[in-house]
Design a protein around this ligand. Sequence first.
Ligand SMILES: Cc1cc2nc3c(=O)[nH]c(=O)nc-3n(C[C@H](O)[C@H](O)[C@H](O)COP(=O)(O)OP(=O)(O)OC[C@H]3O[C@@H](n4cnc5c(N)ncnc54)[C@H](O)[C@@H]3O)c2cc1C
Length: 380
Amino acid sequence: MDFDLTEDHLRLREMVRDFARSEIAPNAAAWDRDGTFPAGAVRRMGELGLMGVQIPEAYGGAGLDPISGAIVVEEIARADASSSVILSVNNSLVCNLILKHGSEEQKRRILPDLASGRKLGCYGLSEPGAGSDSANQKTRAVRDGSDYVLTGTKNFITTGSEADVAIVIATTDPALGKKGISAFVVPTDTPGFRPGKPEKKMGLHASPTTEIHLENCRVPAPDRIGEEGAGLKIALSTLDEGRIGIGAQAVGIAQASLDAAISYSKERTQFGSPIASFQSVQWMLADMATEIEAARLLVYRAAHAKTRGGRYTREAAMAKLFASETCRRATEKAVQIHGGYGYTRDYPVERYFRDGRITEIYEGTSQMQRLVIARGLLGE
Ligand SMILES: Cc1cc2nc3c(=O)[nH]c(=O)nc-3n(C[C@H](O)[C@H](O)[C@H](O)COP(=O)(O)OP(=O)(O)OC[C@H]3O[C@@H](n4cnc5c(N)ncnc54)[C@H](O)[C@@H]3O)c2cc1C
């Protein structure tokens, strides 16, 4: 067993860290305050090969491994959680889904633009009545000649208002239940495709989250991904990928909060000493660092399990569960260490606290991760 990253991983981490420090972190507070979509940063991430990290070069991606994918998300999240979720969705839930389940023609036609950041993708699984219960799809896809006609509403879609391409999960045969659901790739300029207004959220202000309305949206049959009826399986196995990304995002936000807490605790003086000299503050820092390290290792382990091949559902669920709860505890401690200043927007920990909270909710809540892990343990 080797716990060290390879030379290639270390070089990638340094490159992404430098880029995120110089081009993303300085803008993150303003993007959060103004709700600005970071279009320039997304373009730059595309130029650097970060929007299709695991996509082979033949399809316009960087051709790197899943651990590289986790490193990229963590380093971007350390600078700005919003940018990291835009990147993570494009990588895991869109590009990797098409790579794994798409036809050769779909890969050649769609991946080069998405993997290079020239176009952006979003992933439409959730609906008002289908959150954790993702099989309860009400969006319909009705076959009509050589097309499908899609009608329904998706909600909480990351990048929904900015994307050029959407993965849409819809029911092709309600009588078949879970086995009557199919996946489609839909250009967002298709007539009848309309994003709603961005949600007003607690955090991730620079990452627009919108409803998507589909009204008689005509999609050619070759734009179905995989077999008819395989859509839910495709959507859920893709979430295994996504959970490694969200785990990495949580580690990045938690690491940023530790960085900020260490530096503040050395600067802030009370009772004639830096607060870092107080044991209660040191213990908070030590707990944060220990948990973050453990979360990072779980994320790498899940990424390694994906590299090895076969299923990695349990590893991904454990990584996402532990990393997201670590993120909550770490961001909360960082606010505490900043005292009253941590409760203001003068320091970034207030943003980390708000941004980090979502990692326990999207791509499966912590309760659903526990359910997945327990089902594995019980052999269900
Ligand atoms: C900012 C943001 C971005 C998002 N981006 C996307 C996206 O890009 N694409 C997409 O498809 N979706 C996206 N989502 C949706 C997200 O994945 C869902 O919000 C999430 O899966 C939870 O669904 P829900 O909100 O309907 O909550 P519900 O499923 O209604 O859950 C409510 C509560 O009940 C609990 N619960 C539900 N069922 C069970 C059970 N069986 N056992 C125990 N507890 C249970 C949950 O854990 C939770 O605590 C996003 C959401 C947000 C907020």
